[in-house]
Design a protein around this ligand. Structure first.
Ligand SMILES: Cc1cc2nc3c(=O)[nH]c(=O)nc-3n(C[C@H](O)[C@H](O)[C@H](O)COP(=O)(O)OP(=O)(O)OC[C@H]3O[C@@H](n4cnc5c(N)ncnc54)[C@H](O)[C@@H]3O)c2cc1C
Ligand SMILES: *[C@@H]1O[C@H](CO)[C@@H](O)[C@H](O)[C@H]1NC(C)=O
Ligand SMILES: *[C@@H]1O[C@H](CO)[C@@H](O)[C@H](O)[C@H]1NC(C)=O
Length: 510
């Protein structure tokens, strides 16, 4: 959050390796005719990254269709307010999210200029912590209150991140995994599986962190990032805490630009239609053996239609309220919706004047410069966070206005805010906008099995990964994994699927 963390040498090495952009070992000889047609369902960051990586794996000849009934970007979305555009969905990216960084570079996009901000924590009555401009002041305040919990948290998150970073090396060498559990295991062994199957609270109490530290510091972070308490799983909890690291960034012009860029770059065709069902069809092949094809049925502006594909990748959550796709003719059957639900987070943008007294502070609005107010998990708290936000593109002369001026605030809450609640928080406003998201899974470990990556022989499911953690980078990692997996399974290259001990085996390669 405030204390800068040193990047590990290994992470830096991977960064170098990664940006060289060349996969040295993975292009083995083709043993089979390439697929002719591939469908991707959904054009969020997951689907568009899949199209990009599929093109990389299968070459120029294969036809790739991407189905999307809504706006390209999915949960990466912006809203116009006044003269500017603001992020309403996925907003910030970690400095070590290497796929997102790579996309930016390949697409000629840049990072948005950084406008430094200050964080505070609100307990429903008053601000229990307020960041100062001075690093040493913050450090001493935290040390005074929480002892070494804070430093230990940074070390704990870094140790998780260090293992997490291994996935980039594996993918660089072309390795892929058939389940979320195997992917997690390859990164962090049994420790990661345990972490993903217990609550963050259990994991951190087990590591010796204090309950008051969990309540005052950790819960506000999980609330702003996932709208949920410290009872989310420990893996997504660590991802969430990494989201409080310094150096977070966003894409200049809006994060969703990455999605349209990847789509364009992949030379895939965008079909503006909603997929209604996917059926498996048997066809005689050249060799006389029957091969299965997938019939994708869809509805667009010009009515309904269907097309046949060799490979299909579903890149939208198969959950209540997120999509409703019927799978026909599969044995065992594939459900339209997997167990578990998505958690609602409402984004409210307000262009107006904040009532700073609402935060229980006696500071004058003209000097109140906190940009991010996180909240503790207290009974009756109606908001998860309140932030002063900047446009997706920062004009040259821009500086963040103080609270005494009308500006754009973003409130995350589990329920829509009533006019009364808005009146408590704001003195006045000239416009508001509300987006109700089914934002990320409701994480309640210990859990049943995570949904599968492989739904059928050549039918794959990207968003299974969200049950470990939901983030842009997680969808990108899943996209690369499925493009590799689809390629290796097509060509029967079992040597790059579910390999054990990769970390030890690849150490020599560096
Ligand atoms: C409020 C909010 C804040 C967040 N903050 C962050 C953050 O700061 N950092 C971060 O990394 N992540 C954040 N996330 C999470 C991140 O946005 C998601 O993990 C990521 O965008 C998921 O991308 P996706 O492509 O996998 O799914 P989606 O973006 O959901 O894409 C799925 C697409 O499939 C389409 N679709 C659905 N049904 C069909 C159908 N039948 N046929 C065809 N298409 C269909 C949908 O229209 C959609 O466009 C946040 C999310 C929310 C909601
Ligand atoms: C501002 O908030 C305080 C504290 O909640 C409240 O007492 C006051 O009435 C609010 N001011 C206005 C003008 O609404
Ligand atoms: C998670 O833990 C529960 C019980 O604690 C266990 O039954 C289940 O198999 C575990 N799941 C995984 C994926 O490890």
């Amino acid at each position: 959050m405030m204390i800068s963390r040193t990047m590990s040498i290994r992470a830096l090495l991977f960064l170098g390796l990664f940006q060289a952009g060349q996969r040295s070992l993975a292009s083995a000889p083709e043993v089979k005719d390439p697929p002719k047609r591939i469908a991707v369902v959904g054009a969020g960051i997951g689907g568009t990254a899949t199209a990009y990586f599929l093109r990389q794996e299968f070459g120029a000849a294969v036809k790739i269709d991407v189905f999307e009934p809504g706006t390209v970007g999915g949960r990466l979305a912006t809203h116009n307010m006044g003269d500017y555009e603001y992020e309403t969905g996925g907003a910030v990216i970690h400095p070590l999210n290497l796929h997102m960084k790579h996309f930016l570079e390949r697409l000629g996009l840049s990072q948005r200029r950084d406008v430094p901000g200050k964080m505070a924590i609100f307990n429903g009555k008053e601000l229990i912590f307020e960041e100062s401009d001075w690093f040493i002041v913050n450090f001493l305040r935290l040390l005074w209150r929480y002892g070494f919990n804070f430093l230990r948290m940074q070390m704990w998150v870094e140790s998780v991140l260090d293992k997490f970073m291994r996935i980039y090396q594996y993918q660089q060498f072309g390795y892929s995994f058939t389940s979320v559990e195997k992917l997690l295991h390859a990164m962090g062994g049994d420790d990661f599986l345990t972490l993903a199957n217990q609550t963050l609270e259990e994991a951190m109490l087990g590591e010796g962190f204090s309950q008051s530290f969990l309540n005052d510091v950790v819960a506000p972070v999980t609330r702003v990032n996932y709208g949920q308490s410290v009872r989310i799983n420990g893996f997504v909890g660590a991802v969430s805490l990494a989201g409080a690291d310094p150096g977070l960034w966003a894409v200049d012009g809006g994060n969703k630009k990455v999605c349209s860029g990847l789509l364009y770059h992949s030379k895939a065709e965008l079909i503006p239609a909603r997929v209604t069902s996917i059926a498996v069809k048997l066809r005689p092949s050249k060799a006389g053996i029957t091969a299965s094809l997938y019939e994708v049925n869809y509805v667009g502006d010009s009515g309904s239609a269907h097309s046949l594909y060799d490979i299909v990748i579903v890149a939208t959550p198969l959950h209540q309220g997120k999509s409703d796709i019927t799978f026909a003719g599969f044995s065992p059957p594939i459900p339209s919706q997997y167990p578990g639900r998505y958690h609602q987070t409402v984004t409210t943008l307000v262009h107006g004047l904040l009532n700073v007294s609402y935060l229980g502070t006696s500071e004058k609005p003209s000097t109140f410069s906190v940009s991010d107010v996180l909240t503790t998990d207290t009974k009756g708290s109606i908001i998860n966070s309140l932030s002063s936000i900047d446009p997706v593109h920062i004009p040259p002369s821009y500086s963040r206005p103080p609270a005494s001026e009308s500006k754009v605030w973003k409130v995350f809450s589990p329920q829509p805010l009533s006019q009364e609640q808005l009146r408590d928080m704001f003195l006045s406003w000239d416009s508001t906008s509300e987006t109700k998201w089914l934002a990320y899974p409701a994480y309640n470990p210990p859990h049943r099995r995570t949904p599968p990556f492989i739904l059928h022989e050549r039918l794959y499911y990207l968003n299974a990964v969200e049950w470990a953690a939901s983030a842009m980078e997680m969808s990108a990692i899943s996209a690369r994994n499925l493009a590799l997996l689809a390629h290796h399974r097509w060509n029967s290259q079992v040597g790059r699927i579910d390999q054990e001990d990769l970390h030890t085996r690849l150490r020599g390669e560096l």
